[in-house]
Design a protein around this ligand. Sequence first.
Ligand code: NHR
Ligand code: GAR
Length: 219
Amino acid sequence: MSTTEQPRLAVLISGRGSNLQAFIDACASGALPAQISLVISNNPDVAGLQRAERAGIPTTCINHRNYDSREAFDAALVNELHAHDVDLVILAGFMRILTPVLIEPYLGRLLNIHPSLLPKYPGLNTHQRALDAGDNEAGATVHFVTPELDGGPPIVQARVPVQPGDSADSLAARVAEQEHIIYPLAARWFVEGRLLLSGHRATLDDTPLPPTGVQYSPE
Ligand code: NHR
Ligand code: GAR
């Protein structure tokens, strides 16, 4: 298959873009048989945009501050996604809550990675909340995005231990290593046609996934 026939991904970012980098690397190595057609950031001048440019991927900044409503911002995103004929949308550290204006047309083709063991700690500051609760493990969850914030069906989850003396930053770094493995893996299942959103469940190879998704373990 020529590269132009590969499934077309858009990666939406707000900042550093280490998950974007994992996708760039997975597409380059063939581990993820897809092409990143577009990277969109809602923030200008972020490191993630430079990573995309270095990899020769088209980038756009759609700055939410220039829009009167969330719906108007989402409509601008949808325009761009349509213009690039995107098959799968990857939220990778994307920090703007989305409305049905974007979610409806991409329902079932829209993934997020959330830095907690969902259903624990939807929303922000997940690592600090896990530390404050005295949890002995933390992790990340890839899920289908639905209008309910961090409430869509989980696909795959990875766990890490909380270590004595961890800060939110040290814990986030340990979790991020796992994110960079499980997120391209979930996208691979999707582009292979194995992963579907069916009602309120995710299915892999026609089998409904458990409520917390597949438990990833490196072995
Ligand atoms: N949108 C919907 N409808 N559903 C989801 O599951 C979404 C979503 C948009 C983003 C990522 C999510 C995460 O993994 C995500 C999932 C931003 C916020 C937030 O409160 C919360 C969760 C997530 C992303 N954003 C603030 C807002 O007003 C802005 C915060 C900031 O800029 O720092 O949009 O964590
Ligand atoms: C990742 O840890 C991701 O799970 C989290 O932000 C980080 C982004 O890092 N996502 C959210 O908090 C979404 N609200 P990255 O820009 O280096 O990929």
